[in-house]
Design a protein around this ligand. Structure first.
Ligand code: GRF
Length: 211
């Protein structure tokens, strides 16, 4: 098949639970024309007061608060999430600080089309419970010389999907978890837009990432 024929516009849904700075970085890159062929269709959060929803609203992007707690069964929640994705014609999902597990049905329906950014150099310092400051605390405690950020495909195993791109940052001897977190976040804001751009221009061919 011809390479170009695999490229289709990215209709993106962003899932997040918190402040949304990575979403903001990707959105700014799209708005400034640095990511062609991509559009954020909807932002979804389990947390009604998340900054990520406020950013979406401020930019005229549909902001959906969808919490599993409001549904009688996990299946009903998944069904609603899928219906929302279809409603906005979503074909690509970005996790940006999403603190919930993505239902397996959605992972399989969007196979190789869900990516996440993790604030460390996977496969180190990932897995269940490794999120937020815990990651940076563990990196500092292990006296690592480098940390960084990783963008990877989301599959059924936490932080284990295929790595798309990574960026390193040096850990200084006097770095604390807080100072390291700030350094890593700054490179996340460069790396996530770059990763989305790779998908948008066809730099990552979907059949290349099929196991
Ligand atoms: C980032 O550090 C990201 O790596 C992790 O969650 C954090 C989200 O931050 N998955 P923000 O909401 O994008 O500011």
């Amino acid at each position: 098949m011809h390479r170009e024929s695999l490229i289709r516009p990215l209709n993106i849904a962003v899932f997040g639970s918190g402040r949304g700075s990575n979403f903001q970085a990707v959105l700014s890159a799209i708005q400034q024309g640095r990511i062609p062929n991509a559009d954020v269709r909807v932002v979804v959060s389990n947390n009604s007061s998340a900054g990520i929803l406020a950013i979406a609203r401020a930019n005229g992007i549909p902001a959906e608060h969808i919490s599993e707690k409001k549904f009688p069964t996990p299946e009903a929640f998944t069904e609603h999430l899928l219906a929302t994705l279809r409603l906005y014609d979503v074909n690509f999902i970005l996790l940006a600080g999403y603190m919930k597990r993505v239902p397996v049905r959605i992972i399989s329906e969007y196979r190789n089309r869900i990516i996440n950014i993790h604030p460390a150099l996977l496969p180190k310092f990932g897995g269940q419970g490794m999120y937020g400051m815990r990651v940076h605390e563990a990196v500092v405690a292990a006296r690592e010389h480098f940390s960084g950020a990783t963008v990877h495909i989301v599959d059924e195993e936490y932080d284990r999907g295929k790595i798309i791109v990574q960026k390193k940052v040096a850990v200084a001897p006097d770095d604390t978890a807080e100072s390291l977190a700030a350094k890593v976040l700054a490179i996340e804001h460069e790396l996530y837009p770059e990763a989305v751009r790779m998908f948008a221009v066809g730099g990552v061919l979907l059949d290349e990432v099929v196991e």
